[in-house]
Design a binder for this molecule. Sequence first.
Ligand code: ADP
Length: 834
Amino acid sequence: MAESVELPGRLAILPFRNKVLLPGAFIRIRCTSHSSVKLVEQELWQREEKGLIGILPVRDAAEMTSMDSVLSQGVGSESGERSSKAQVTTSDVHKVDGKNHPQVIHWHNRGVAARALHLSRGVEKPSGRVTYIVVLEGLCRFNVEELSTRGPYCTAKISPLEMTKAEMEQVEQDPDFVTLSRQFKATAMELISVLEQKQKTGGRVKVLLETLPLHKLADIFVASFEMSFEEQLSMLDSVDPKLRLSKATELVDRHLQSIRVAEKITQKVEGQLSKSQKEFLLRQQMRAIKEELGDNDDDEDDLAALERKMQSAGMPSNIWKHAQRELRRLKKMQPQQPGYNSSRVYLELLADLPWQKASEEQELDLKAAKDRLDCDHYGLVKVKQRIIEYLAVRKLKPDARGPVLCFVGPPGVGKTSLASSIAAALGRKFVRISLGGVKDEADIRGHRRTYIGSMPGRLIDGLKVIFVATANRVQPIPPPLLDRMEVIELPGYTAEEKLRIAMQYLIPRVLDQHGLSYAFLQIPEDMVKLVIQRYTREAGVRNLERNLAALARAAAVRVADQEQAVSVSKDIHKLASPLLDNRLAEGAEMEMEVIPMGVNNHEISNAFRIASPLVVDEAMLEKILGPPRYDDREAADRVATPGVSVGLVWTTFGGEVQFVEATAMVGNGEMHLTGQLGDVIKESAQIALTWVRSRAAELKLAAAEETNLLQGRDIHIHFPAGAVPKDGPSAGVTLVTALVSLFSRKSVRADTAMTGEMTLRGLVLPVGGIKDKILAAHRYGIKRVILPERNLKDLVEVPAAVLSSLEILLAKRVEDVLEHAFDGGSPWRQHSKL
Ligand code: ADP
């Protein structure tokens, strides 16, 4: 127990949701949220001297009764320690409903200063997220004068509430205080005796009663048993020592009574127990508790309630018969029997399924649906057209078991948001079922119920929508499933399309999400272009949106920095905050009731006025987003030395530019391949090398008398980005080009990228993913693309704006590829010119 503590005028505030830390109590918390981690870091971890922080109870409007019972008993424990210990565990209703509604949070205006007795820092793998475990000791009460929200966590101007030593000495003379002390001591003694009897512990706790000032002990006692949040608050508010003693006596007495009632019930039940009735113990105890409470009208059995729920679920008759059979079986089982629980959960699930309910599908208005799709998405004309056709068929034949729509395309191209617009257009609820990471089909379909611990499948869990599927690639979808789906492909976007999407959709949305408007932040078109060129190189717009959000966050901090003080009203301060939900959306785990700091986004802009908007410029981009991640010189730099060529490949993220590096060294004629390559690509390398060796003289790569290119040397071919597995035949022409460049010691053109499979005899065969590959080349700033001649037909899918900015060169044979890949034509031709 701390002696008198000198409090500073201002304290950093760690909010405890629906929970109170009383002076003298210990608490162990795990901080995982951004704000609490920052607070611990800055106020406790990085300080050399021992820092103090303020613990302030807060309450949100949603009643969170599960939070009320997290204190475990400390007094009377084996160790007989002097203070209570508590462990806070997570229990958050928002995780379940996750609604996006702002919540009203009440900040209490009294708190307790605390110091850290122990701190440990952890870094989670693989996310790298930092968390802290802190053991705090409550020291003394304080009053909040003003709460401010500057920086990542709150701070408060405070004034102390504890009496000085002299004042306390005076109170101790007060006869009322003496009487109250005596009463408290007697009740506390009684409690200790009862606990000692129950737990057979020694009398060490009694020593506390003799050594500590009683008004301090009152807090410690109360902190050590389960109490409602209201009771904890009332104890915290009992600033006056007399009031505190009387409150504590009342609470300790109540606790004593509850122990006695519990004992009485146990005795009653034990008296009725026959030796073979052990398994009914819990039921009997429950009855006895109800009797004791005089609460007889709620005598309904659980199973009867389940039966009623099943009756009102409106199951079809065959299901109803099956469910009744299962219920009869369940009624014969003992709750402890294996299978009881899974059978019960199964029936609960059957009763919960929306047998009679479908989200009301509104009369489908195709015009409105089209408007909705247009309003939510830029471009995508063909895709929207296909969706409208699909909806039109549904309208004409609503009961048609039409194919499932499946959007296929790289991440961030709008698959999910199109699906959600369709749901909105149909007036349906949008439920997202993620099948990523599903390894077992039972995960989707549900386990057989014979398996103990069986769970319903994800489809049943989300059973309310017509289905719209999304995927990055078509290839891994099993053919029978693909057969039942109408695949709609979404290509990546061009830089111009991204710019339009950013200006018209992403920026307004990001501003809104951060409680900003154009009056606070302006991102000029030129700057958005730079973000697209220098900071993202993706097919979709997801990273673009993230980068714009980073700019908005920085602006929000600046706005909030202008004016931080949020005054505390006399009793309780109310703030609306959707931040909890935001945090959950980031996947943050909440292990304690720490409320992230800050005020509602919208309040930021409403409450604070700033003189001029923040206009993003190049310097600011670098400051917030860091140095540019990409530049147009990359290809030029990489192909500067002979032996490197520029290929185009296709990945789940859309098309990508892939460099191929070849080098030679002294050796025995072996070829080494690196870069996590699959069998097909390894064979392509072998074919490419064989072709080059067989043409060595023709290509003037070697003098006529020494046609063996590998004489006395090894070749090493590497595909950079070595951590990413690569396979497929389309690198054939790129490999040949790298090898010819190596042997001819001529660099390839940096502005030219290529794709194509090759045969041993040098024919160039067509490959897939042309549209995505061309979009990737365009994003990369490539000016010329070499394609197999037979891929000409695929060019119709490429947006005209992209095609017009590129020179497309068609190749029938490998010689054609080489002709286009080098400045001034094939190296051997240049050679012969010399
Ligand atoms: P996906 O499901 O394809 O990975 P999302 O649907 O999650 O991608 O899209 C990522 C973000 O980009 C969303 O905020 C989405 O609204 C936005 N977006 C994508 N395409 C467009 C578009 N054409 N017009 C407007 N916003 C778009």
